[in-house]
Design a protein around this ligand. Structure first.
Ligand SMILES: O=c1ccn([C@@H]2O[C@H](COP(=O)(O)OP(=O)(O)O[C@H]3O[C@H](CO)[C@@H](O)[C@H](O)[C@H]3O)[C@@H](O)[C@H]2O)c(=O)[nH]1
Ligand SMILES: [Mn+2]
Length: 741
């Protein structure tokens, strides 16, 4: 394909030199210190047991934890090896007539957790992308098969006929109606002073309000309740909102808009989002068959209209396009507070880590906000041609029309007038279609994990594909982040279960990956899959040193020992490196403490449950599940998050361990300090005292939630009693096992 006009590049890539130097220097110092630490620990084991002055079992546990922490730290350095940033020059793209077509896939599953108006805003914002309209096709997959979503689509299409020309005429930046009309959005249009613009704006606003009204009334009229959603049992429904038509009034073409609800049967596996995306992949192949695909979660609206052109700056760059599978934009969210107590924005992941992978072979596929090359999802079979009809059917299923689409790049079968009865699309989304084919294994989005995005991206990289991270200053997509503790931890449990599951499967990045991609790249993937293992060292560090403190057993060098410096250095070095990274990505000191805290909270709860869940799935006791997160706004919860107050009204399985661990730390610190005063061996026990003090300080909001706060988000008394019981149990258990062995 013709790329840049003349010799000017469509994009540039800069290595972030200063950061690279700091990172590598830090790696050198930190790993040297770790070397000394290991020497100190191993030496202990060879000492005469009588001279050791400590107990073997707690010592070994602490050592094992230090090894795991260092292992995850080591894997994480791969992200820091070669961070890059990129620039794009969309003005250098070829003319509109030469741009390739794009299919947009949006998934929704549950009209209660994912309010229809929000979903339609995502649909409208993607229809309004700044891209030739006849080359844009929007598909919505509705796993809930809800009449309200279908109705919403029809209404959205009607509204789009007003909305799209308006956006075009006035070159509106934010083409998500809800965001555009919201009071926080500042109108920076070039036409603000034009009275005609203001008039038009008011008119369109009225249309938008009417559109919302319509949907609200529909919901009320249908006495729409949870029971009325036929989850998991329905026939396929496909509706094309309207064919590409020319609007006479505005002379604006409308993109194709298609509603798809694949068939669902109770005992037929549907593979969650990956299954939905694969259904769309097949339907779109026989309708528009665009060579590029934009995937969006239903809450991820386009905050800027230029993303498709930005993505094409990479896909059409002849230097990288042959191996480029996808362009990933960062996940950003519209509902993040200044200090972001839950780290809902996943700061590290979507800034430093993805930039770091971009400097290697490219970022991990992140579920939403990416432009994928269609053929990269077809494995290596798409190019084999039509002569082997049989083998292709074994891969792709029985639809000849679909198989024909493999070789008909960019030809729209649908718009050429065939297929108006949608027979073939219905066949393609039936439950039976995938049986006996390679869908989900070799073809399309992969089914072996609930984090389908991670696995699919990983396998693409294993097969030699690359990816690119595109992070313009104005966020291209904005989603709804989970902003209450319970949701954050439930979502975390799903993610970490899915990630860890990959780490212990045949797709283990350290073995399967390192044989198929550069070592550093495979270390990045490994870091993600083994990240949940943080639960082991964090549980250990929150209990063992403290209980030993209680019993006067030292586990660390005393202040006068030269090795004391090593431990001090490692502690300060990791905290200050984290602080630096927070500052470099625009965070504050407060944000840094919040990240430390949520890391501890997550590690002791959802990392642990994630690992357990993955292990239980592995031995076949549990089944995979994917409950969509809640995207409906709850004012009370939003308020607590906005004023940096934790909402502890969460499941007991999360709150009880948190509070119990904290209670242990407080008890042990009190005794520890008392012992120092009484016995005076402060130098021997300093590290253990400081550790407990650090944990308590960082987690002060939990104490506040249990003791001081009176609002609804506090920790209730019954939960506190559970926690005290759990504390006593833990104390007794550890005493029995650790000290008496
Ligand atoms: O059976 C299902 C379940 C979910 N979804 C859709 O999948 C999307 C993501 O679900 P969400 O509840 O928002 O999960 P998150 O944890 O926020 O999603 C993150 O993590 C997922 C992997 O676990 C990725 O697929 C997502 O892109 C990524 O944003 C939503 O649009 C859902 O409607 C379906 O279509 N079918
Ligand atoms: Mn989401």
């Amino acid at each position: 394909m013709e790329a840049s006009q003349g010799t000017l590049p469509l994009n540039t890539c800069h290595v972030q030199k200063p950061l690279l130097i700091i990172n590598r220097l830090h790696m050198l110092l930190h790993s040297t210190a770790l070397g000394f630490l290991f020497y100190y620990r191993v030496r202990f084991l060879f000492q005469n047991p009588e001279n050791r002055g400590s107990h073997l079992l707690p010592w070994l546990l602490v050592f094992a934890s230090e090894i795991i922490l260092s292992f995850i730290w080591f894997l994480g350095q791969a992200y820091r090896w070669r961070p890059v940033s990129r620039c794009v020059f969309p003005e250098r793209l070829p003319g509109d007539d030469k741009l390739p077509a794009v299919d947009v896939f949006i998934c929704t599953a549950d009209p209660i957790k994912e309010p229809t108006i929000e979903v339609m805003n995502t649909v409208l914002s993607s229809m309004a992308l700044d891209y030739p309209q006849e080359k844009l096709h929007v598909y919505l997959s509705d796993d809930g098969c809800s009449p309200i979503t279908l109705y919403g689509m029809r209404k959205a299409f009607e509204f789009a006929r007003w909305w799209l020309p308006f956006c075009r005429r006035y070159r509106i930046k934010n083409r998500c109606p809800k965001a555009y009309f919201s009071s926080v959005e500042i109108d920076d249009s070039d036409f603000v002073r034009s009275s005609l613009y203001m008039e038009d704006k008011q008119k369109i606003k009225g249309k938008y309000e009417a559109f919302k009204e319509d949907i609200q009334t529909f919901i009320k009229d249908k006495a729409f309740s949870k029971d009325s959603i036929t989850v998991g049992d329905h026939s396929p429904v496909i509706e094309v909102m309207q064919e590409n038509i020319i609007d006479d009034v505005d002379n604006v073409k409308m993109p194709l808009l298609v509603y798809v609800s694949r068939e669902r049967k109770p005992f037929s596996p549907h593979h969650f989002k990956a299954g939905a995306l694969n259904a769309l992949l097949r339907v779109s192949a026989v309708m528009s068959n665009s060579p590029y695909i934009l995937v969006l979660d239903c809450d991820m609206f386009c905050n800027d209209a230029t993303s498709a052109r930005y993505a094409m700056c990479f896909h059409l760059d002849p230097k990288i396009s042959s191996t480029l599978a996808f362009v990933q934009f960062p996940q950003k969210f519209h509902n993040i507070s200044k200090n972001d107590i839950y780290d809902s924005q996943l700061r590290s992941l979507f800034t430093l880590q993805w930039q770091g992978m971009d400097g290697l072979k490219g970022p991990v596929l992140s579920g939403t906000g990416f432009y994928m090359k269609r053929v990269s999802l077809y494995g290596n079979h798409a190019n084999e041609g039509r002569t082997h009809m049989l083998p292709l059917q074994e891969y792709f299923g029985s639809s000849n029309e679909f198989i024909n689409s493999l070789t008909q790049n960019d030809t729209s079968v649908f718009s050429s007038g065939q297929n108006t009865l949608l027979e073939e699309p219905h066949l393609l989304v039936s439950c039976r279609y995938e049986i006996g084919t390679k869908w989900g294994q070799d073809v399309g989005f992969l089914y072996d994990s609930v984090v389908e995005d991670f696995l699919t991206g990983f396998i693409l990289h294993c097969n030699g594909w690359t990816s690119v991270f595109c992070e313009p200053s104005r966020p291209q997509f904005l989603g709804t982040a989970t902003t209450n503790l319970n949701d954050v931890l439930i979502q975390g449990t799903r993610w970490y279960s899915g990630l860890f599951e990959n780490g212990i499967s045949k797709f283990c990045p350290l073995i399967y990956g390192s044989l198929r991609m550069p070592l550093l790249q495979s270390l990045c993937f490994a870091e993600l899959t083994y990240f949940p293992l943080y639960c082991l060292p964090l549980w250990c560090f929150a209990t063992i040193p403290q209980l030993c403190l209680l019993n006067g057993i030292p586990l660390y060098p005393k202040v006068t020992d030269p090795y004391f410096i090593i431990f001090l250095f490692i502690f300060v070095s990791s905290l200050s490196k984290h602080l630096l990274e927070v500052f470099l990505t625009g965070g504050t000191l407060q944000k840094w403490i919040n990240e430390q805290r949520i890391w501890m909270m997550k590690s002791t709860t959802c990392h642990l449950y994630g690992c357990l869940d993955a292990l239980l799935k592995k031995i076949g006791i549990r089944e995979a599940s994917f409950l969509p997160t809640n995207k409906a706004e709850d004012d009370e919860q939003t308020l607590l998050y906005q004023i940096d107050k934790y909402n502890f009204r969460a499941s007991n399985i999360f709150i009880v361990p948190m509070l119990a661990l904290l209670t242990i730390n407080i008890c042990c610190l009190v005794v520890g300090v008392y012992r120092v005063i009484l016995v005076g061996d402060w130098g021997k026990m300093l590290i253990q005292n400081v550790l407990a003090g650090f944990i308590i300080t960082v987690n002060y909001p939990v104490i506040e939630g249990a003791v001081i706060r009176k609002d609804k988000g506090r920790i209730s008394q019954s939960v506190a009693i559970h926690a005290i019981l759990a504390t006593m149990f833990l104390l007794a258990f550890y005493k029995l096992v650790l000290v008496n062995v």
